[in-house]
Design a protein around this ligand. Structure first.
Ligand code: PNS
Length: 175
């Protein structure tokens, strides 16, 4: 049994609502940032968790992806950057979190997200998945499209946080 994370408000003890926003973040885009910003206003704490998936070959290492996220969430004091390997629900339990946040862009995301949410519920019925609709202006955006456009010399300004744009361009040029 995992103990809940507690905070004191005056003399009253309240359970902190902690959400985990998991993903590949290879790299973080403005679409991800929209979900991070909005969820940070709903939950007491948001842990953005970078997956270390050994069966995938990401462009950025876990350390690089975390570094880019850390630079992007400066100014959001209740957002933490972390990473995990293995089952997401195990990570969530280890952090005393109760909620998984996922962004939804289009109908095409739905099937995969639905399957994941149901599997996570089967594994951990106490953990709830919450979906946030992306802002319309980011509905076409993904890390893959940013990498493709950037590596072919297209402009990716406005697609990723401005503070990390030079790092991403440098990495894409190197590859
Ligand atoms: O950004 P992504 O690549 O769509 O994120 C997918 C992620 C990391 C959320 C998903 O692959 C995941 O949760 N991986 C951890 C392994 C796991 O728990 N699998 C069972 C749930 S389907």
């Amino acid at each position: 049994m995992v103990e809940p994370a507690l905070a004191f408000i005056g003399r009253i003890e309240v359970e902190m609502k902690i959400a985990v926003y998991p993903g590949s973040f290879d790299p973080v885009t403005n679409g991800h940032m929209d979900i991070i910003n909005r969820s940070s206003k709903i939950f007491d704490k948001v842990i953005v968790a970078v997956v270390n998936n050994r069966s995938k070959t990401p462009l950025f290492t876990v350390e690089e992806r975390m570094e880019l996220l850390k630079k992007s969430v400066v100014g959001l004091p209740n957002v933490e950057i972390d990473h995990f390997e293995g089952l997401l629900v195990d990570f969530i339990r280890s952090k005393n979190a109760q909620v998984i946040v996922r962004g939804l862009r289009a109908i095409s995301d739905f099937e995969y997200e639905f399957q994941m949410a149901l599997m996570n519920r089967k594994l951990a019925p106490e953990i709830e998945t919450v979906f946030m609709m992306t802002r319309h202006k980011y509905s076409y955006l993904s890390s893959s499209i940013v990498k493709e456009v950037g590596s072919l010399g297209g402009c990716i300004k406005d697609l990723v946080p401005e503070s990390i744009l030079p790092y991403i361009i440098k990495k894409l040029k190197k590859n």
